[in-house]
Design a protein around this ligand. Structure first.
Ligand SMILES: *Cc1c(COP(=O)(O)O)cnc(C)c1O
Length: 342
């Protein structure tokens, strides 16, 4: 990469092995259901998260919104932590596509509790109430926290007791699995549907997966077509996804280790405070006192060949990924130190 790009793990270019696999991919027409590479990707993806079936979708946002569209009748209610991606970063799509109402919950790093769900779930015949149709969890949470299995268990138990399905936004499920030392199946088992991204730390150029029961995925396949997500020679993209799932999951712990070492070095800079509770995966969230001018900070980093996002909610975020090696860490720290007000 020309720049050291810390903006996100979505910036990852495909690896040489992916480009080779894409060029050689055997393809068909996936809307007719006969693209062999996509069939293999969807089989492999379902197996890795322990679900009956899965569906390739163009993006993580698409997969989440398709899950809501498939699970939830219009006008029903979804219980969800207020800082989840589905609310914060999907452009209000749920109001437009699924037509659901969100019942938001203020949480610590996306940790929804059993009582959060129990006190909000609405079932019964009262015509005033929108019926609860879904509970959403996110693991790893986009605040950098990986939820433990025990933390998932509470809200899942209450949802299941009420007959309400659970959707997991697992954009970074493999980061979560590495962070808590669990098989991704153990995480996915706690949800009826799970979305995960091939296009983040796993380096595939495009695509996410929605997985669930065979009946759920059959219904989602029709709704994916409604959303314009039926792709033809999608095996070209799926070939990179297969490499992502087979070869790229095992190295995510390296990204986590680099995020932790960046955090240690950043904490040594005066005024920097790292959010230690959100340091489970490949992201370092930190604030600086006094607050740097966002534009000036970005420009000063860029002048040293480093791309960063502007602060969000007063926090900066550095994300490690495949294209950030140990060799780049000192340059990141030196540039940050120089870019901050003395
Ligand atoms: C990135 C992300 C998504 C959406 O993925 P896109 O492919 O960017 O649409 C959804 N949920 C979480 C938690 C994410 O981090």
């Amino acid at each position: 990469m020309k720049f050291i790009d810390l903006r996100s793990d979505t910036v990852t270019w495909p690896t040489p092995a992916m480009r080779t696999a894409m060029a050689a991919a055997e393809v068909g027409d996936d809307v007719y259901g006969d693209d062999p590479t996509l069939i293999e990707l969807e089989r492999l993806a379902a197996e890795i998260v322990g679900k009956e079936a899965s569906l390739f979708v163009p993006s993580g946002t698409f997969g989440n919104q398709l899950a809501l569209f498939t699970h939830c009748p219009r006008g029903s209610e979804v219980i969800i932590p207020e800082h989840n991606h589905i609310i914060q970063h999907e452009a209000g799509a749920a109001a437009i596509i699924a037509g659901v109402q969100f019942r938001t919950v203020a949480t610590d790093h996306g940790i929804l509790t059993a009582s959060d769900v129990a006190s909000r779930v609405r079932i019964g015949d009262d015509i005033h109430y929108p019926p609860t149709s879904l509970v959403c969890l996110e693991n790893a949470h986009s605040s950098g926290r990986a939820l433990t299995l025990a933390e998932m268990d509470g809200p899942v138990r209450v949802a299941r007791g009420a007959g309400v399905p659970v959707h997991l936004d697992g954009a970074r499920i493999f980061n979560a699995a590495a962070a808590i030392g669990a098989d991704p199946r153990e995480i996915a088992k706690r949800a009826d549907s799970v979305m995960f991204c091939l296009s983040k730390g796993l380096c595939a150029p495009v695509g996410s997966i929605l997985a669930g029961s065979s009946a759920f995925i059959a219904a989602a396949r029709r709704k994916r077509k409604i959303m314009g997500g039926g792709l033809r020679q999608a095996g070209i993209l799926g070939a990179a996804g297969i490499v992502a799932l087979k070869d790229m999951r095992g190295r995510l712990a390296d990204d986590h280790a680099r995020a932790k070492s960046l955090a240690r070095e950043l904490e040594a800079i005066p005024g920097v405070k790292v959010d230690r509770a959100g340091l489970d995966i490949n992201m370092v969230f930190f604030s600086v006192d006094p607050k740097p001018d966002p534009g000036r900070f970005q420009t000063a980093m860029l002048a040293r060949g480093i791309l960063v996002n502007p602060p969000e909610d007063g926090q900066l975020r550095y994300v490690t990924h495949y294209w950030i090696g140990d060799a780049q860490l000192p340059a990141i720290i030196d540039a940050t130190r120089a870019a901050l007000p003395a």
